[in-house]
Ligand binder design. Structure first.
Ligand code: MN
Ligand code: MN
Length: 390
């Protein structure tokens, strides 16, 4: 005879895997803090089924690299094996803190979360680029382009996306590392000076250091310096006209409005409490997500009867393998804000609603027992092309 479980057995503070007549309490080891953050993993909806890859990894569980000048941590294919197309890095720079001059094989896209930073890079024709970026701004450094980032007076925090899940922030090409591993006589010959010039150089990679807060850009550069740069490395995402619906907004940046960003397309999505980023999929690429504010849930439909629901909150990384159907629902009482990113030159999605509204009703009704009223009103209520968020 099955025991009766009451609210004392399973409640908000000590949730248990019990669904009516099924399941039972966890008697042994458990971690209620993690259970509380993942209600749909502990007690999945009955529509979940089958084996799915892990599609969530919190930055709070990734190794923190603590340095003079700031910190960094990464979520790559090593932390989340499904995430093959994009690797993410979360970085903080103190006022005057510097991520040193470096380059890498992968392209780097960034969203500034808080504060301000000064970025430098070299354009394809060898011109210097310097810009100050603030919360809401993006930057993009193409593969191989050297760059640096320095925190301004209030410091800076940002999320970086690299167009290869196997990228690691710990194996970039740094100027100090190269100097340390080049014979001194070669350095002397290359620059036409004596070897003593290099007596004080670091004996290995510095990566990050605490420097001084710089003055205004104009002090260090001719005013027209950036005019020689063919395509800007930075972009003001909040200047984009958002896609607006009853349930939220989305600001989209890809190579059509941010031309240099040829390998990363992104949408900053804000879903109001009670709102949902509608059922859709992406016809071009996997989706890498970074949750900035609030909390939500996403069910990923993987075909063949497979589906799983994951819970996310600010600081988590989510992932949707190519073509899999999904939605993102705000489960909190504050706005849910997240980034959708794709290793692509353009943003694209297919809305289930849009697709159905463009399909002959008789054909639809042969698949699903839908009412004429639903087909006429719900499906045709919004004919906005391509994207619909509500
Ligand atoms: Mn970099
Ligand atoms: Mn999506």
């Amino acid at each position: 005879m099955r025991k009766e479980y009451t609210n004392e057995t399973t409640n908000q503070t000590d949730p248990q895997p019990i669904k009516g007549e099924r399941g039972g309490p966890i008697l042994g080891a458990k971690n209620p803090e993690i259970d509380r953050q993942n209600p749909d993993i502990l007690v999945p909806p009955d529509t979940d089924h089958g084996t799915m890859p892990n599609l969530k990894f919190p930055y709070a569980q990734s190794h923190m690299r603590v340095e003079y000048g700031g910190w960094s941590r990464e979520v790559t294919v090593r932390e989340m094996p499904a995430a093959k197309t994009i690797a993410g890095v979360n970085m903080h720079l103190e006022p005057g803190g510097v991520r040193e001059l470096h380059w890498h094989k992968e392209a780097e896209w960034s969203y500034m979360i808080k504060g301000k930073a000064r970025i430098t890079a070299i354009s394809p024709s060898g011109r210097e680029f310097v810009d100050d970026v603030e919360a809401g701004d993006l930057w993009y450094f193409p593969s191989g382009v050297p760059h640096s980032i320095k925190g301004l007076s209030e410091g800076a925090e940002f999320v970086l996306a690299f167009d290869d899940g196997g990228f690691s922030e710990n194996s970039t090409f740094s100027i100090t590392d190269w100097f340390a591993h080049t014979p001194k006589d070669i350095l002397a010959a290359n620059f036409g000076v004596s070897e003593e010039e290099f007596d004080g150089i670091p004996d290995g990679e510095v990566y990050m250091y605490q420097g001084e807060v710089p003055g205004p850009i104009a002090q260090g550069l001719p005013e027209d310096a950036n005019e020689f740069v063919e395509e800007s490395f930075s972009f003001k995402l909040k200047d984009v006209k958002p896609v607006e619906t009853s349930g939220g907004k989305a600001w989209i940046a890809d190579s059509t409005n941010f031309p240099i960003s040829k390998t990363i397309a992104a949408a900053l999505v804000e879903v109001e409490p009670g709102g949902i980023r509608e059922l859709h999929w992406h016809p071009n690429e996997d989706e890498w997500q970074y949750y900035l504010e609030g909390q939500g849930r996403m069910t990923v439909f993987a075909s063949g009867g497979k589906a799983r629901t994951y819970d996310y909150r600010a600081g988590d990384v989510g992932y949707v393998p190519f073509a899999m159907g999904h939605y993102v629902q705000n489960t909190g009482d504050t706005p849910l804000v997240f980034l959708e990113m794709f290793r692509s030159d353009h943003f694209a999605d297919v809305s289930l609603n849009q697709w159905m509204s463009q399909t002959p009703p008789e054909l639809l009704k042969e698949h699903l027992p839908l009412s004429d009223e639903f087909i006429k009103n719900a499906l045709h209520a919004d004919k906005r092309p391509n994207v619909k968020y509500n």
